[in-house]
Design a protein around this ligand. Structure first.
Ligand SMILES: *Cc1c(COP(=O)(O)O)cnc(C)c1O
Length: 830
């Protein structure tokens, strides 16, 4: 083997020869193994280090360019980043997959086996965390200077197993065998205080001063993960904070002889970054959760100020060099924290600090569900963060003064706009803090942004309409097309070139090919092959064999009543009883595939998972059905499994109650991979339908307005059951033990909830859904027309690239420009 590589080549080269050499070096010197005893995991680690070095070169160059040019940067603050496996994605973005595959082959290794070794960092629950990850990919690919800030949870989202059809949670020990993608930065550590008291004093010059004396300190240490862009020599940082005990503090207890107490304190401190809260779209008002939020937000803002002060001596222009996007209200305490840092630590007057703060933050709202809007009790917040409560109350005093000046005598409006909820026990409304403390407020789809303006944040819209924006979510086509679906990507590239990967609107060039019978045939060959791959995985993971010829009807997402997996189930049952009535009925064979996790404490969601498995057991084993319907639950839905499932779908189920799903992004991933959607007019479904054309989208159900008027008129789900024979049989059979081995109690909570309450209007949309599903079945019989619609879906999904979302943010909100790293000497020519 050639032994004359330069250091630059060893760490940055992408030829097969140099890759082999770097890989073997890493196996020896980083993984500490000789080839005869190295395991597949060692090989994965050695390759991961090899790839990381290549991104490292890009990052060093990007970071030094940002530093030299003192650029304006984005800080994206998010309590969650649901990244998915790194290795495959980095190979794709670096454009070195085939060289790497070859290098591994020449060493007797199979790249796919190494890829399968990676344990994904599940540092998020679902859509919100995955959005943050898609945005990191697009920011780097568009060469926008950015840092993602979050928490390095030791335990990410739990792993889901199924036992007798029930969800069982297992801890996610993703760091068990080490994480080759991160760089520990013990030198980048900040102190974060909690509790204690506030002392007010007047200094010798007569200035009023406040000193917060916390009674506990926790250290936050940085761990950096490099995020490389696609086809560009740019890499940005994802900086995650891990909590560590502060030495000075244990020392005090230690000195008074309380060794045990000191150790317990240490454990308590380190608990802050121990585990991700597994609730999606519902808050748990736990003090540890607030500690997590404040912990990472404070570290991020202190780091931002540190970086700023490398190039400047005073903080008056902080907002010109940094803008901070708040991914939901989880980091909204940052508004008070930046005020505190500027006023208490950097001796800035309130007015100037407020001016900077207001011009620094921008806020993204992610939910309209009232149970998901964060409120912290004044008592709890005051105990944990007394100085912040003081600052929040002062922000509120000034804010309400302005409100009263503008709307004299309108006390109701003032109380609606207040940062403090006065009814019941007093609480801080984090969304209001975020609105007042930022220069931009955005929703994540057109409908959602409209509902924010007209309903949830209406008074804020009246007050400052210029702050309001919409940025419809997007997903990265690199991970969810190129990486997850290489067959379809190759077909597309063969047809229209590879420009679509960086400019997804170019998919429009596929439109004329929808009318080309030969292209449609190739499209079907690809879909068929991808479905075969998934069928094999389903067999492996569930033991259920599914027919790749059947319609793959897919609903994969977190389990939540508003997402209405149970509506999908009612349709399955309707088809099942149709077959039981007439086994000779002509039904389009379907495979119903579900996947998703339920929050561990969310009993109704867990019961719906059990019901899916119970219905599957009956339907799959019924000889009258004879394989025409299959119901499978794919366990442990995460990014890795999603990459198997999304490409193989024929039909995408996006059936939330109108007005409840802020945007959705699973809807985008599926349509981009050629699934047709059956969906409500909710979230981004509406925009997807507008783009792909209503004739290529199966729309059903009530609109937001119809839901509201039904609600107002008094909704009686029981009458719908009585008036619909199909529905009354289904409801009856759900409670008579048919699907529960004779147990008539098991599903009662679910059935009764639907009969007597049905808070998400499942029964109200049932008929419309079943009717539209009949059209789906008929449409799938004509494969030529179906394929045409599938191609047109993909061709018209360019708008839903996260690159477009990031461009929208840059142009309308952040005012940040792309930067080329200078002096780059690799195959990536700026
Ligand atoms: C995209 C994605 C989601 C979001 O799905 P929705 O259908 O928009 O709710 C959740 N989890 C994972 C793993 C994802 O990749």
């Amino acid at each position: 083997m050639n032994d004359t590589f330069t250091s630059n080549e060893i760490h940055g080269g992408t030829s097969t020869e140099v890759l082999k050499r770097s890989f073997l070096d890493n196996l020896s010197y980083r993984q500490a193994k000789f080839p005869a005893v190295a395991t597949t995991y060692d090989h994965y680690m050695a390759l991961a280090y090899t790839v990381r070095d290549r991104i490292m070169q890009h990052w060093l160059q990007s970071a030094s360019t940002y530093y030299e040019q003192s650029v304006r940067s984005l800080c994206y603050l998010s309590a969650e980043f649901l990244l998915g496996p790194h290795l495959g994605n980095n190979l794709v973005n670096l454009g070195m997959e085939s060289e790497t595959r070859q290098a591994m082959l020449e060493l007797g290794l199979d790249l796919d086996r190494l890829l399968a070794e990676e344990e994904e960092p599940g540092l998020g629950n679902g859509g919100l965390g995955r959005l943050a990850a898609c945005y990191l990919d697009s920011l780097a690919s568009l060469q926008i200077p950015a840092i993602g800030y979050g928490i390095r949870y030791e335990f990410g989202i739990f792993d889901q197993e199924l036992k007798d059809g029930w969800q069982v949670e297992r801890t996610d020990k993703w760091l068990r065998y080490g994480n080759p993608w991160e760089v520990a930065r013990p030198e980048i550590t900040f102190t974060v205080g909690f509790g204690g008291s506030v002392r007010e004093q007047v200094d010798s010059a007569g200035n009023y001063q406040v000193e917060w004396v916390p009674d506990r300190h926790v250290m936050g240490m940085a761990y950096d993960t490099l995020i490389g862009g696609y086809g560009v020599p740019t890499a940005n940082l994802l900086r995650l904070w891990q909590a560590q005990a502060s030495e000075s503090f244990d020392f005090q207890l230690f000195n008074v002889g309380d060794y045990q107490g000191a150790v317990l304190e240490k454990i308590a401190s380190e608990n802050i970054s121990k585990v991700l809260y597994p609730n999606d779209e519902a808050l748990q008002g736990k003090v540890l959760r607030l500690q997590q939020q404040y912990f990472f937000t404070s570290c991020a803002l202190q780091d931002m100020i540190r970086i700023y002060l490398q190039r400047s001596s005073q903080l008056g222009n902080l907002h010109e060099k940094f803008t901070v996007q708040l991914n939901d209200t989880h980091p909204a305490i940052g508004v008070a924290e930046l005020m505190r840092l500027l006023i208490d630590q950097h001796a800035m007057p309130w007015e100037l600090a407020w001016e900077i703060t207001r011009r620094t933050f921008a806020y993204t709202n992610h939910t309209l569900l009232p149970e998901a809007l964060e409120r912290w009790s004044v008592e709890l917040l005051g105990r944990l963060l007394p100085r912040h409560l003081q600052i929040i109350l002062e922000i509120n005093r000034r804010h309400l003064e302005g409100v009263r000046k503008r709307y004299p005598g309108d006390e109701e409006r003032a109380s609606r706009l207040s940062l403090i909820e006065e009814q019941g026990s007093r609480a801080v409304r984090m969304a209001h803090l975020a609105c007042v403390g930022s220069y931009s407020i955005n929703g994540v789809a057109e409908l959602h942004s409209r509902l924010l303006r007209d309903e949830v944040l209406r008074d804020f819209h009246d007050l400052t309409p210029e702050k309001f924006h919409n940025v419809t979510n997007g997903v990265t086509p690199r991970r969810f097309m190129l990486l997850a679906n290489p067959r379809l990507s190759a077909l597309i590239t063969h047809a229209i070139g590879d420009g679509w990967i960086r400019d997804l609107d170019q998919l429009h060039r596929l439109e004329p090919l929808a009318d080309d019978a030969a292209f449609r045939a190739e499209w079907r060959v690809v879909k068929r092959a991808v479905k075969e791959d998934l069928a094999e995985k389903v067999q492996q993971r569930t033991g259920i064999s599914v027919d790749p010829e059947s319609l793959f009807d897919v609903q994969v997402k977190r389990f939540h009543e508003y997402k209405r997996q149970h509506l999908n189930l009612l349709h399955i049952l309707s088809l099942y009883f149709q077959i039981k009535d007439n086994p000779a009925a002509d039904v389009t064979p379907r495979t119903f595939l579900f996947a998703g996790k339920a929050a561990p404490g969310y009993q109704m969601a867990k019961l719906i998972i059990k019901l899916i498995n119970s219905v599957g057991e009956v339907v799959n084993g019924d000889s009258d059905v004879n394989g025409r319907l299959r119901v499978a639950f794919f366990p442990d839905f995460n990014v890795k499994n999603g990459q198997w499932i999304y490409p193989a779908a024929d039909l995408s189920e996006q059936i939330s109650t109108a007005g409840k799903e802020a945007s959705g992004t699973g809807n985008m991933k599926l349509s981009m991979n050629g699934a047709l959607t059956i969906g409500t007019l909710d979230g981004a479904n509406i925009e997807i339908r507008d783009h792909v054309g209503p004739e290529n989208f199966f729309c059903f159900g009530m609109t937001v307005e119809e839901v509201a008027s039904l609600q107002a008129a008094g909704y009686d789900p029981g009458s719908l059951v009585r008036d619909n024979a199909d529905l009354s049989r289904i409801m009856h059979r759900l409670s008579d033990g048919t699907f529960s081995r004779g147990d008539t109690e098991l599903f009662r909570p679910l059935v009764e909830n639907l009969q007597y309450h049905d808070p998400f209007f499942v029964l109200a949309d049932f008929s419309s859904y079943v009717e539209r599903q009949r059209e789906v079945s008929a449409a799938f019989q004509d494969r030529e027309v179906w394929t045409q619609k599938s191609i047109l879906n993909v061709a018209r999904m360019g708008h839903f690239s996260s690159d477009r979302s990031i461009r929208d943010y840059c142009r309308e909100i952040w005012q940040i420009d792309a930067i080329q790293p200078n002096g780059f000497n690799s195959k990536f020519k700026p």
